[in-house]
Design a protein around this ligand. Structure first.
Ligand code: FE2
Length: 577
């Protein structure tokens, strides 16, 4: 049984293909059309999914969309009636959603066929159920607590569920305009980070701040007895899309979230790219602090209803790896399974797996063992791209390639590492990565000056061989998708100085040989040369979506000052160009 999952006309449009319950391929449209967070119809991603499994759209039995515009309709109508200025907006959104619901016509158009030739059954699933399904149905667990939280989706910002066998039993929702994601976005905008997806950057700024504004920011969200409520006086009215706008060309914009009350309380908002002041750092600190307080409060409440040690989690806020790292100490949960594509691209997988298990009642066998669900490219194709780019290269066997790259890293050089299938989700996890020495004090500056051009306060992340995690980090729970931040042990901070953040933490990726043998063996080669079982791992890109195809990697290598490129079996050295 072939199921195509879709996230469409929403940020991070994506597609996934599931054959007999197994996710075979999944990709966000941005990786193919190179438009960051693209929010239109994922036509290229659908084609890539079908091509990967050698199927035609006429072979697809079910199409599942991670969005249901009829979900929570009564709440939407109630909100529109209470906010007359938003009624027109509400009607327009409904009309647009009706138009886009003709999935058959959209797919037929994208794939150059006739709608009447398509025989699939169509399913629409509420946004947050798709998030929870994307985590629970990929986890190894037979039962778990399910949690999803983000800015908004189908008029909901937070969902709690009891997951068991083939059932996701939702028992609580937080409706808009109350949203922990919108709280975070509002403060990020106020301190000058106004692009969709900037929240992760500001998380890195938070530890530079002090506890100056924790008390005033606490008033922005009231915990009360049940869930949480925003004090809307701090926000501009955002409407049922909670301030996220998808423009006709598929780019995603954010409306201004903060109200004039924020300006009266905290002064002028910071202009993007201007100097970051202590005020901005302190607001980032308080924002992260309050976010965590509310998050832990919600998880404790979830645990009271579902008293299990396991929580399966997704939603854009589940990318808050600092909060994820702390939840073990602050809540009763002992194990997490967080979808690597916790943001909205993950809806494609969630909708497809929910259809297979919850709707069609098919048994569970699949467990997501790694995030390498994207395309891969053969050596002959890579070689032809290298020739086209007129780059001198050497072809090496596996072990000599690993030794040569490990030598480069050990010498302090920066290496583009392009291997195997592309990662699913926003993190580069050792297949589309730039790797470097984690223990050189100047490495962060080198990477920023030569390649990444990131804000000074953003840390770089470590990949660590799984069996060494305990020696280097103060927490043992694995972090295979780079979604947890833990303290680095005091005696190891100097050794990992390039990936040790200002608060002595690291957003680690634990790598087992089973998950990624080639990347693991590269780390082992580096460990033999240096004694360090860790490499610095940052995404292979430069102010663009992460590279997907060889030509994009080669282009990024050529226009930045990377020292080497290891692409498939080929090694390119800048010094030999
Ligand atoms: Fe979402």
């Amino acid at each position: 049984m072939l199921i195509l999952g879709l996230n469409m006309f929403h940020a991070d449009a994506s597609s996934a293909i599931v054959l007999d319950g197994e996710v075979l391929f999944a990709i966000a449209e941005e990786r193919l059309n190179r438009v960051k967070h693209f929010g239109g119809f994922p036509a290229l991603a659908v084609k890539a999914c079908l091509q990967a499994v050698g199927a035609k759209i006429t072979d697809v039995d079910h199409v599942a969309v991670g969005q249901d515009s009829d979900a929570n309709l009564a709440k939407k109508v109630q909100y529109a009636l209470a906010n007359p200025a938003k009624i027109l907006n509400f009607i327009k959104l409904r009309q647009r959603k009706e138009a886009m619901r003709d999935v058959r016509a959209l797919l037929a158009g994208a794939l150059d066929t006739e709608p009447h030739k398509l025989h699939f059954q169509e399913h629409h699933l509420e946004h947050h159920i798709a998030h929870i399904a994307s985590a629970y149905y990929c986890s190894p667990w037979e039962k778990a607590a399910g949690f999803s939280y983000d800015g908004s989706g189908d008029f909901v910002s937070t969902m709690m569920a009891r997951c068991e066998g083939n059932e996701i039993d939702v028992f609580d929702r937080v409706y808009l305009p109350h949203s922990l994601g919108s709280f975070y976005t509002m403060i990020c905008e106020f301190i000058g980070y106004r692009k969709y997806g900037d929240e992760g950057k500001v998380m890195g700024l938070a530890p530079y701040g002090k506890d100056t504004y924790c008390e005033p920011l606490r008033r922005v969200i009231d915990l009360g007895n049940g869930n949480f409520q925003l004090d809307l006086g701090y926000f501009k009215p955002l409407g049922s899309n909670q301030g996220m706008q998808v423009l006709p060309d598929g780019t995603v914009r954010l409306a201004r979230h903060f109200s004039d009350r924020m300006i009266r309380l905290f002064g002028r908002p910071r202009e993007p790219y201007s100097e970051i002041t202590q005020r901005d750092m302190d607001l980032a600190f308080a924002m992260q602090h309050r976010f965590e307080e509310v998050f832990f409060h919600l998880l404790k409440q979830l645990h009271r209803h579902v008293p299990l040690p396991e929580v399966a989690m997704a939603g854009g806020c589940a990318l808050n790896s600092v909060a994820n790292g702390r939840l073990f100490a602050e809540t009763p949960f002992e194990r997490t399974w967080i979808q690597p594509a916790a943001g909205d691209e993950g809806l494609a997988i969630g909708a497809a797996l929910h259809t297979y298990h919850s709707v069609l009642k098919q048994p569970r066998r699949y467990v997501m063992k790694n995030s390498y669900l994207g395309p891969e490219f053969s050596d002959p194709l890579i070689e032809s791209e290298l020739k086209k780019a007129s780059l001198p290269y050497r072809k090496l066997e596996r072990q000599p390639l690993l030794e040569a790259v490990a030598d480069q890293i050990a010498a302090g050089n920066v290496v583009g590492w392009f291997q195997g299938r592309m990662e699913w989700g926003p993190r580069a996890l050792g297949n589309r990565s730039i790797v470097a020495h984690p223990g050189r004090p100047d490495m962060k500056e080198i990477l920023n000056a030569r390649i990444k051009h990131r804000e000074w306060f953003r840390p770089f992340a470590p990949s660590i061989m799984a069996e060494y995690q305990h020696q280097y980090f103060e927490h043992d729970h694995p972090s295979p998708f780079m979604l947890h931040v833990y303290k680095i042990r005091p005696q190891k901070r100097k050794e990992l100085c390039a990936v040790n953040h200002v608060d002595n933490t690291g957003r680690l990726q634990t790598v087992s040989r089973e998950e990624n043998p080639l990347y693991y063996d590269l780390m082992e080669a580096f460990r033999r040369k240096t004694g360090i079982p860790v490499v610095l791992n940052t995404s292979f890109n430069e102010n663009e979506p992460i590279v997907c195809a060889p030509a994009e990697a080669i282009d990024c290598f050529k226009r930045t000052r990377m020292d080497a490129l290891a692409i498939g079996s080929f090694l390119v050295l800048k010094s030999e160009e």
